[in-house]
Write a protein that binds this ligand. Structure first.
Ligand code: FAD
Length: 509
């Protein structure tokens, strides 16, 4: 029998993982990517003659990648050099008002005690236990399951597991629930920020997302060569397992015949046949009909949800003084509710944003450098609000960012910066409106409305941050693995049914 041919549209982490696992199983895999390098959002840009990460910077859930490399017959640490961070992040509110979180919970509790008092440290310990229990309840039943529904969760939990399921608090907002653990508003803000890892507001996201805090406390790693190095490693290994990569090529249509995927056609006019296609772009592109009518209908009548956060980012080569930066740093706004109201209710840039800064040349230490690679990010609205900004708007926005940093003591001098705005993200990732985490996780049903790997169109599969289990590098990687597994399972049963048809003389399809 001929080797099945699979096309993967997009070399984001979800597409790369799917391509790697299918190539490792001997399938004939071609990855078609419109950019000139792998990684998608995990991209690098140039600033002042150096290259630096301009996408994800926080690497968690290492186990997911250990498993994926293992499944592909390789060892993660042979392909990417990882260092476990002892200091997770440094948080600042004003000059001299700082709090570090550590890999060690006891060390973090001590730091919180010194910063906000013993009762808050006690609240933190209770919070950690709760975040862990939510994560443990959902790891197998939701994150790793192929497309779970609320009914599936209840079935998976069984009678004995129902109390745990109740404790994931899908109906309370994250912000309200955090109030049970923290009275100091700064700590509520710090732990509420984890909702933004899913592109959401802590005031609208379900308390279930407190599990993200556990994921981070479970381990953060720094990757030599940056996060983009992981994309290079996945692409390199997929190639070594036989996958072909076509860069700088844009897929225009997913072709079908008799209700089944038959391949793709590219903007340059070429058509490539395939038995199956995995789409790694945002599902918003399918919904918008960018790949043709047949694939638009593949999602069924799934509702159009609120887009997640976008961002304004500055990748810089600069000199930083006056504040002891570590690798990950957060400079909090004074009014968190106003920040998210600006973004999600009023569709405008926050007047006073929280600023994240990744000092990419630094590790756990905070020794100053003469000149270093810095990446700054503020949250911004997506969708219809992701329009091109005028030079004056951009100047004002950057001034606001630097003022927030200066209020905490950080001066950034003589920066050469490469900026990415929501409109740029919208151009880079078609049909997203600049939303970089798919749909927002607002309300208890949001996580169940993301499509799974299988679609209604036979031969079309989905992988990526807009698909179950959701955004973030490890989650998108898991979605790629789910897509590869679903495709293999379906091909297996298709072959079985063809064999049965041949043996019995009547088609079973
Ligand atoms: C600024 C920023 C910071 C982030 N920070 C973190 C973080 O610290 N930690 C974390 O875990 N996550 C973070 N994320 C989220 C994380 O990067 C994403 O969830 C994840 O990388 C998405 O991967 P994906 O598989 O959905 O593919 P994507 O990265 O979305 O890539 C999809 C690919 O498909 C290609 N494509 C689309 N349409 C076509 C077409 N028609 N033809 C050919 N190619 C096409 C695109 O060019 C793109 O390369 C961040 C994201 C951004 C943007």
């Amino acid at each position: 029998m001929r080797t099945p041919r699979v096309i993967v549209i997009g070399a984001g982490v979800g597409g790369l993982v799917a391509a790697l696992l299918l190539a490792a199983r001997g399938l004939n895999v071609t990855v078609i990517e419109r950019a000139d390098a792998p990684g998608g959002k995990m991209r690098q840009v140039e600033a002042g003659g150096v290259r630096l990460d301009a996408g994800p910077t926080v690497f968690t859930m290492r186990w997911a990648f250990d498993e994926i490399f293992d499944e592909a017959g390789a060892v993660l640490s042979d392909h990417v050099r990882l260092h476990r961070a002892q200091r997770l992040a440094r948080h600042a509110w004003r000059e001299g008002e700082r709090l570090d979180l550590f890999a060690d919970v006891g060390q973090s509790a001590d730091a919180i005690g010194a910063f906000a008092g013993r009762a808050e440290a006690e609240g933190f310990r209770r919070f950690c236990a709760r975040a862990r229990s939510i994560y443990e309840t959902l790891r197998d039943s939701f994150i790793l399951a192929s497309r779970p529904s609320p009914v599936h969760l209840v079935r998976h939990a069984g009678i004995g597991g129902l109390p745990n399921l109740a404790r994931i608090s899908p109906f309370a907002t994250m912000w309200d629930e955090l109030g049970k653990y923290f009275h100091d508003p700064r700590l509520r803000q710090l732990f509420g920020r984890y909702a933004t890892y899913c592109g959401s507001s802590p005031f609208a996201a379900p308390a279930t997302l407190m599990l993200v805090a556990h994921v981070e406390m479970d381990g953060v790693w720094r990757l030599e060569g940056g996060m983009h190095g992981l994309a290079q490693a996945l692409a390199g290994l997929a190639q070594a397992r036989g996958a072909t990569f076509l860069y700088g090529r844009h897929v225009e249509q997913i072709r079908t015949d008799s209700g089944r995927v038959t391949g793709v056609s590219l903007v340059d006019g070429e058509t490539i046949d395939a038995d199956a296609v995995i789409m790694n772009g945002d599902v918003a592109a399918l919904r918008a009909g960018l790949f043709g009518d047949a694939s638009r209908d593949a999602l069924g009548g799934a509702p159009r949800a609120q887009p997640s956060l976008s961002a304004i980012t500055l990748a810089m080569r600069a000199r930083a003084t006056g504040f002891p930066l570590v690798h990950h740093n957060v400079f909090f706004s004074q009014d968190y509710r106003a920040e998210f109201d600006d973004i999600f209710k009023h569709g405008r840039l926050p007047a006073a944003p929280t600023v994240y800064v990744c000092a990419q040349d630094r590790g756990d230490d905070d020794a100053a450098r003469d000149d270093e690679r810095l990446f700054a990010l503020i949250n911004a609205p997506a969708g219809q609000h992701a329009r091109d900004m005028s030079q004056e708007e951009l100047r004002q926005c950057e001034e606001t960012i630097f003022q927030r940093l200066a209020a905490c003591g950080l001066q950034i001098g003589a920066a050469t910066a490469t900026r990415t705005t929501p409109a740029d993200f919208a151009r880079l990732f078609p049909a997203t409106g600049g939303a970089i985490y798919g749909q927002a996780s607002h309300g208890w049903m949001a996580s169940f409305t993301r499509p799974g790997a299988r679609t209604r169109l036979p031969g079309l599969y989905l992988a990526g941050g807009s698909v179950h289990p959701g955004p973030g590098v490890p989650m998108a990687a898991i979605s790629g693995r789910l897509a590869a597994h679903c495709l293999m399972a379906d091909m297996g049963s298709m072959r079985q049914s063809r064999l049965a048809a041949i043996a019995g003389g009547t088609s079973t399809r």
